[in-house]
Design a protein around this ligand. Structure first.
Ligand code: ZN
Length: 314
């Protein structure tokens, strides 16, 4: 590698975070630009290219100084850099890598799905550091994930690998998941899923709990009360742990990870999550894949940026 600088892009539906790093992964600069999703998101890549070129000029960098640009996209991306629709950006199917390389006068570009990229970041610099076989699960509004096997990110034929939020974990579900199926992992293990579970359990009985007095309680409220020993909140948390453990047991049986890293908003509840999921995980996982270490993510929102850098350095 001749260059000395890497750019990372964490592309979201409202803003694109862009970072300039050294080849060793040291952060030099970080800024944001607006994501314009109108007209099928046609100006998103030109806007990013312009922002990076301006930064290069400001720092006196030529294209020979740049090792490459890594981009995390909110949608499936295959190993050739083809995006298969990114609804939040207005994008259809096209080759992101080729398009962006043209805009950047031939500087190498690598793209991947944002959850996969965040997983790569956590394994490189965060909670899964130094681990060649890891699953990183993001427990946020939905459930996303990335699978690192033998040090490599699993992408799949159409960039759909690691969509663990849609593993089937419950037969008796009457509400549909965002994907159209019923009983998906993220219907229970996401932050929204945890609140939905809580509301169901509250409707099953009239036991007293401070949750009843809160109009719009969050998943954090439930775990905070469970930590304080509120019996109803504990029951909800146990139910949550049952689903979390079951979904992760299925993932672990497929990928045989050494480490599973829990990230996303729900993971701020901390190590209580690991205690809650253990019984169910042990019950459902294949014996030969049982020896898994659970860790909490440490990079937060920066995981996507570090992963984007790592895409280029790999
Ligand atoms: Zn689903």
């Amino acid at each position: 590698m001749a260059g000395t600088r890497v750019f990372g892009v964490d592309l979201g539906g409202t803003t694109a975070k862009i970072g300039m790093f050294t080849g060793e992964g040291e952060k030099l600069d970080l800024w944001e630009i607006k994501t314009h999703t109108d007209n099928g998101g046609e100006s998103i890549l030109p806007d990013i290219a312009e922002a990076i070129k301006a930064k290069m000029a400001e720092n006196g960098l030529t294209k020979e100084d740049v090792i490459g640009i890594g981009i995390g996209v909110p949608g499936p991306v295959d190993a050739n850099g083809v995006v298969y629709r990114a609804v939040n950006l207005g994008w259809g199917v096209f080759n992101l890598k080729e398009t962006m390389e043209k805009l950047m006068d031939g500087i190498r570009v690598e793209g991947n799905n944002d959850a996969n990229v965040a997983a790569l970041g956590e394994v490189w610099k965060g909670g899964g550091q130094g681990c060649e076989d890891a699953i990183v699960v993001t427990l946020g509004t939905g459930v996303g994930g990335g699978i690192i096997s033998g040090g490599k990110l699993l992408t799949g034929a159409n960039g759909g690998a690691g969509e663990i939020g849609h593993i089937h974990v419950e037969d008796d579900e009457t509400e549909a998941c965002n994907c159209g199926n019923y009983g998906c992992f993220e219907e229970y293990a996401s932050a929204t899923g945890a609140v939905r579970l809580a509301k169901r359990i509250l409707a099953e009985n009239s036991d007293d709990t401070p949750l009843r007095g809160m109009e719009n309680f969050t998943c954090k409220d439930v775990f905070d009360l469970a930590k304080d020993g509120d019996p109803v909140a504990c029951r909800i948390a146990e139910r949550y742990g049952y689903y979390l453990g079951k979904g992760l047991a299925i993932c672990a049986t497929v990928a045989n990870p050494k480490v599973i890293v829990l990230g996303g908003g729900v993971s701020r509840a901390g190590s209580i999550l690991i205690d809650l999921l253990k019984d169910s995980f042990d019950k459902y996982v294949f014996r030969g894949c049982r020896d898994v270490e659970f860790k909490l993510a440490t990079l937060g929102n920066d995981a996507g940026m570090y992963g984007a850098i790592k895409l280029v350095l790999d």
